[in-house]
Write a protein that binds this ligand. Structure first.
Ligand code: SAH
Length: 355
C-alpha cells in the first residue's frame, strides 16, 4: 500500500503535483487549497466528483484535529481546547479574547523533551512532532468550533517550536497564504526555551514573526537549575544568537520571565537581569522588553508563586534600569489554561481507565 498523503500540509504547488499525479486538472488543486487551508473536510468539497472525494478520503491522512474536550472560562471567556489527533494523541490550544482580536495559543509537539522544571507539558517527555497540518488544524478547528475569527497566533502551547523547525516554517507559510487564512506574520509569535541553532536559522528565513525567549533566570547557575537546555546552550550563547537575530532581521525580541517565589524573584535578580540584557544589546539600539508572569503552580513541580506586590517590585526594578517590563494578565485561570495541564489530567484519566 502506498503511504497516505497529508493533504493539509501541502502548499498549492504540492497539491498541484498531487492532483496532476491523479490525472486531475490543475484548477482542482487551487480549489482544494483554499478549502483545506481554512479547515474544510474532504467530504465538504462538494464541487468535486464523488469518486474523487472518496479517493482522497482513502489516500490521505485525517489530520484535522477533533475537539475531545473544551472548557470555557466563566471569568473571561477563554476557551481551552483538548484536541485529539488521528493517532489518538492529545494536544491543547487556548483561545483568548482581547479587545484587539482573538488570539490562539497553539501546541507545537505532543509533549516536550526540554525538561523545564516548572512546566507541566514536559513531564511525560516528547511523543512526537506535530505536522504542519496539525499546527494549522488547531487554528481552523478552533475557528470552526467557536465561530470566531482568529487574528493572532502564539506558539506558546505544548512543545518546543524550534525543535520542530521545518514543520513550523511550513505551517507559517500555510497560515499566511493569501488563499488560506491569510494571517500576517506580524500577528504571529513564537516562543523558545533557547534552542540556539533554531534562532540562527529563523534569522535566515524571511518570515517576520515575533520571537520570544523564555529566559526565566539571570545567571547560568540558576537557569541551568530550572531549564536543562541551558546546559547545552548557556545564557551567553543564547543572547549572542538573540543579538544576531536582531541585527539580521531588525525585529525586536521579547523576553519571558516566570517569577518563582524564592528562586528568581528578588530585586537583586531584577538588577542582574537588567544588567545582563542591557549589556548584551548595548550599541545595537534594540529596545529591551521583558514580560513577567507569576509561575503557574503545577502540582508535580512544587514551585510557588509570589505575591502580586513582588511582581510589581520586580517590574519597577527593571524599569528603573531602562528595561520595559509588562506584567502579563492571566486569562482562563479557572480552566487550567496553563499549557499541559489539561492533557496531563486526560492522560492520567486514561491510565486509570486502562487499569
Ligand atoms: N517551548 C517554548 C514554548 C512553550 S512554553 C518555550 O519554552 O518558550 C510557553 C511559555 O510558558 C514559556 O515561556 C514557558 O517557560 C512558560 N511556562 C511553562 N510552564 C509554566 C508555568 N508553570 N508557569 C508559568 N509559565 C510557564
Amino acid at each position: 500500500m502506498t503511504e497516505k498523503k497529508d493533504l493539509y500540509s501541502m502548499l498549492p504547488e504540492e497539491l498541484t503535483e498531487y492532483f496532476t499525479s491523479l490525472g486531475e486538472p490543475k484548477f482542482r488543486a487551487k480549489q482544494a487549497f483554499s478549502r483545506l487551508a481554512t479547515g474544510s473536510r474532504i467530504s465538504e468539497l462538494t464541487s468535486f466528483p464523488k469518486a474523487l472525494r472518496e479517493r482522497l478520503e482513502r489516500e490521505t491522512l485525517p489530520t484535522l484535529p477533533e475537539v475531545e474536550e473544551k472548557l470555557t472560562s466563566k471569568i473571561d471567556g477563554t476557551v481551552k481546547y483538548l484536541f485529539r489527533l488521528h493517532d489518538g494523541s492529545c494536544i491543547e490550544s487556548v483561545l483568548m479574547k482581547y479587545k484587539h482580536g482573538n488570539t490562539l495559543c497553539i501546541s507545537s509537539q505532543v509533549g516536550c523533551y526540554m525538561g523545564c522544571r516548572f512546566c507541566a507539558s514536559t513531564i511525560g517527555g516528547k511523543l512526537r512532532d506535530l505536522y504542519p497540518s496539525e499546527l494549522l488544524g488547531q487554528v481552523t478547528a478552533a475557528e470552526r468550533d467557536s465561530g470566531e475569527r482568529i487574528s493572532n497566533i502564539v506558539m506558546m502551547g505544548i512543545g518546543e517550536p524550534l525543535d520542530n523547525f521545518d514543520n513550523v516554517i511550513k505551517f507559517l507559510k500555510l497560515v499566511n497564504h493569501p488563499d488560506g487564512l491569510n494571517i500576517g506574520y506580524r500577528h504571529i509569535s513564537l516562543s523558545t526555551c533557547g534552542v540556539v541553532p533554531g534562532i540562527y536559522r529563523l534569522a535566515e528565513v524571511d518570515i517576520p514573526i515575533t520571537l520570544s525567549i523564555s529566559l526565566h533566570a539571570s545567571n547560568d547557575e540558576k537557569r541551568s537549575e530550572i531549564m536543562p537546555v541551558n546546559k547545552k546552550w548557556n545564557i551567553k550563547a543564547l543572547l549572542t544568537a538573540c543579538v544576531d537575530y536582531y541585527k539580521v532581521t531588525g525585529r525586536r525580541i521579547s523576553f519571558e520571565y516566570t517569577l518563582i517565589s524564592g528562586k528568581n524573584d528578588t530585586e537583586r535578580d531584577a538588577a542582574e537581569l537588567a544588567e545582563l540584557l542591557v549589556g548584551a544589546f548595548r550599541g545595537t539600539g534594540a529596545p529591551i522588553h521583558v514580560n513577567l508572569i507569576r509561575v503557574n503552580e503545577v502540582k508535580e513541580t512544587g514551585f510557588k508563586k509570589g505575591t502580586p506586590e513582588s511582581v510589581n517590585a520586580f517590574a519597577k526594578a527593571l524599569e528603573a534600569r531602562g528595561v520595559v517590563a509588562t506584567v502579563r494578565r492571566k486569562l482562563g485561570s479557572d480552566v487550567n489554561a496553563a499549557c499541559g495541564q489539561l492533557r496531563r489530567s486526560k492522560m492520567a484519566e486514561n491510565t486509570q481507565n486502562d487499569n
